[in-house]
Design a protein around this ligand. Structure first.
Ligand SMILES: NC(=O)c1ccc[n+]([C@@H]2O[C@H](COP(=O)([O-])OP(=O)(O)OC[C@H]3O[C@@H](n4cnc5c(N)ncnc54)[C@H](OP(=O)(O)O)[C@@H]3O)[C@@H](O)[C@H]2O)c1
Length: 177
């Protein structure tokens, strides 16, 4: 089962065009990411992985996606060259849920197979610096809302936001890997 977890603004902006997030220090969202991903198999694009070095804990199970067969992520991280590799690695570690942590290329690759979306919707409009990178558009009718949690703005750096949990609607079959 693939779950995509992402934080985006009102334009589905998720990153700047030169790497990095368009915002900084949104503690509530960071904690939400930690809580949701703890102990699960995490699938991460090589560029995002390099931004997140140092973030992963011993109990996290990152799988780095890259086309470079010689890529060495170090530590306890594993490497996958395609989605078949990912499924094989996740099965080895009893991980039923594979949480896709971005970035944009990985979201585009896996959205057709997604069973769940765990989205932080930031109620703000951040500048798309250097072009920006975006979460792909999803079909609302393909997903059913399981739950939402709304939060008021904490301060200027942390806008009001919604944690939205969507599951693929029965009858809306996703693609097979
Ligand atoms: N707001 C959020 O929730 C969030 C979450 C994560 C990331 N981000 C942002 O997203 C941006 C990065 O996204 P990105 O799209 O540039 O990069 P990315 O998706 O993180 O990584 C892209 C890399 O993944 C590998 N890859 C992609 N498709 C592949 C495939 N089909 N098979 C094998 N390997 C594949 C390639 O690695 P190689 O080049 O090594 O072959 C590719 O260069 C950053 O700005 C980051 O901050 C935002």
């Amino acid at each position: 089962m693939f779950t995509l977890i992402a934080a985006m603004d009102e334009n589905r902006l998720i990153g700047t065009g030169r790497g990095g997030l368009p915002w900084s220090g949104i503690t509530r969202d960071k904690q939400h990411f930690r809580d949701y991903t703890a102990g699960k198999s995490l699938l991460i694009g090589r560029r995002t992985f390099e931004e997140m070095r140092g973030w992963f804990r011993r109990e996290d199970r990152p799988i780095v996606m890259t086309r470079n067969p010689d890529y060495d992520p170090g530590g306890h991280c594993r490497v996958a060259g395609d989605l078949d590799d990912v499924l094989a690695l996740a099965a080895d570690s009893d991980g039923e849920e594979i949480v896709v942590c971005g970035g944009a290329e990985l979201y585009r690759l896996t959205l057709p197979f997604a069973d769940r979306l765990v989205l932080t919707l930031l109620h703000a409009d951040f500048p798309a610096r250097e072009g920006g990178v975006f979460f792909p558009e999803w079909e609302n009718e393909d997903f059913v809302e399981l739950r939402r949690e709304d939060f008021a703005a904490d301060n200027q750096a942390s806008p009001s936001m919604t944690f939205l949990y969507l599951a693929r609607r029965a009858g809306s079959e996703h693609a097979d890997c």
